[in-house]
Write a new protein. Structure first.
Lengths: 116, 114
């Protein structure tokens, strides 16, 4: 079955710096890669996602890149702010068009701390 | 639109008891998935329901079961509770169709087994 590895497990940056979190997956059938942000005591919140037919996607200060050949994808956060501090999870699934959403297989998470 | 809701938010049970958790998806969402979150194992997939049918199942024992009703609301049940079942149980809903794959999570039910 699918296995998702996420690195680093903790990341500390200064406000204004960039942060990069990397994930690798094992199942070549995976075609959907979301990223979730979870603040302490709150639900995971979808912040960005990418599908296997796209190499890069950007939304303001957040971007995700996907390398299907190498089976890895990364989250990039630019101009980090203290409110970006949270645990970030990557996930992969083999969703079917109009059918099963597939089961999301999650990485273990990265605790990002942004110091003012 | 209201988000995904889960009840109850907190639950304390004793070993050997059973528990039922409820999830109401976002209006119009027809798929509901359940996940278990623990500090040690992270987020793990339990099962997915669509049109009252279980479509996918994770690697959990048969003590974990679920169902979905015609209004897309879903319940999960855990029988013969063990201490290791203490966790945050999250459900996520998604809109099936038109290549929409996004899953949106509820606030979770914090289950403590003593």
């Amino acid at each position: 079955g699918e296995n998702v590895e996420q690195h680093p497990s903790t990341l500390s940056v200064q406000e204004g710096d960039s942060a990069v979190i990397k994930c690798t997956y094992s199942d070549s059938a995976s075609n959907y890669f979301p990223w979730y942000k979870q603040e302490l005591g709150k639900r995971p919140q979808l912040i960005i996602d990418i599908r296997s037919n796209v190499g890069e996607k950007k939304d303001q200060r957040i971007a995700v890149t996907l390398n299907k050949t190498a089976k890895h994808f990364s989250l990039h956060i630019t101009e980090t702010q203290p409110e970006d501090s949270a645990v970030y999870f990557c996930a992969a699934s083999a969703a079917n068009y109009g059918g099963s959403q597939g089961n999301l297989i999650f990485g273990k998470g990265t605790k990002l701390s942004v110091k003012p | 639109k209201a988000g995904v809701t889960q009840t109850p938010r907190y639950l304390i049970k004793t070993r050997g008891q059973q528990v039922t958790l409820s999830c109401s998806p976002i209006s119009g969402h027809r798929s509901v998935s359940w996940y278990q979150q623990t500090p040690g194992q992270g987020l793990q997939f339990l099962f997915e329901y669509f049109s009252e049918t279980q479509r996918n199942k994770g690697n959990f024992p048969g003590r974990f079961s679920g169902r979905q009703f015609s209004n897309s609301r879903s319940e999960m049940n855990v029988s013969t509770l063990e201490l290791g079942d203490s966790a945050l149980y999250l459900c996520a809903s998604s809109l099936v169709g038109d290549s929409t794959y996004e899953q949106y999570f509820g606030p979770g039910t914090r289950l403590t087994v003593t």
